[in-house]
Ligand binder design. Sequence first.
Ligand code: ZN
Ligand code: ZN
Length: 352
Amino acid sequence: MTRINQLRKILKKQEVEALLVTHLTNVKYLTGFTGTAGALLVTQEDAIFVTDFRYTQQAKDQTSCVIRENTQNIYYEIRDLLKELRISSVAIEAEKVNVTTFRLMEKIFTSEIIESEGWVEELREIKDAQEIQAITRAVEIIEDTYEHILEFIQIGMTEQEVADEIERFAKSRGSSGMSFDTIVASGNRSALPHGVASNKRIEDGDVVTIDMGCYYQGYTSDMTRTFAIGSISDQMKEVYQIVLEAHQAVSAAARPGMTGFELDQVARDYIVQAGYGDKFGHGTGHGIGLDIHEGPTISRNNHEPLQEGMVITNEPGIYLEGIGGVRIEDDLVLEADGARSLNRTSKDLLII
Ligand code: ZN
Ligand code: ZN
């Protein structure tokens, strides 16, 4: 119940009596429930999980909440529950609730509705030892997969064939699935930061960027490597070196206390000074955990200090339209005195 107790502190600080958690990833984080229907009401005294008959047994097995079976529309059940508990104001996860549901709650709840913003997400940013262990395993699986792919990839294969093999192999190693559409971007497609695998064939002389992540016990990894097939131009070799050094500078600099802005600036300054500032169009990184993209962001928008226990990506890149691109991405755990990379795979330029 420690996560729920941490949430209670936020409720106290925000001066609200209760939070209704409807976003299932947040429900899972707080309770351990992995089913696909239910909502959690947290007050200073209670943690009540409302779900229907399909999930009551699972909820009993997986959570330590009081289980309430709903026999009507779940929001009517919650309305009744709020009345019984005499809750005068309830916070809801407004940004995660669709308009129809929001209107229904507005209409039927007799408690005042407060729109909360990212309270559970804020807790999720700091990982405990068990979460770091799961992420570490997810990284190991994706690294084994990458090693396998370097053996597997052949001139003439399509990017999609490579992506399919990545998924197959990761699953064979215990992953429950990929956490996003695998990016296999070859040749001038490697200039697309989000170049999801296509039917383009891998050709001699291509630069290939593979960005992939897989789930293990609910937690994700996220890793990118760029390599060359047969040969690489002097220009792309130079770009590779700049991205690698920017990446290394970020890993060396990352520590609790600095802001996401400041850490982003480490990569950005380096790439700007090398003359490619306008070719690095995305943030340096993001948090990973139950979701592939979660807080904190390592970008110009984040002025909050990073904290010990956060797991973030380090993924600077340079993209030259019509020519090619390079991105290198590791996952970092922020520890008391710096950052520890979970990745072991070499980042030296590889030409296969
Ligand atoms: Zn990635
Ligand atoms: Zn990423």
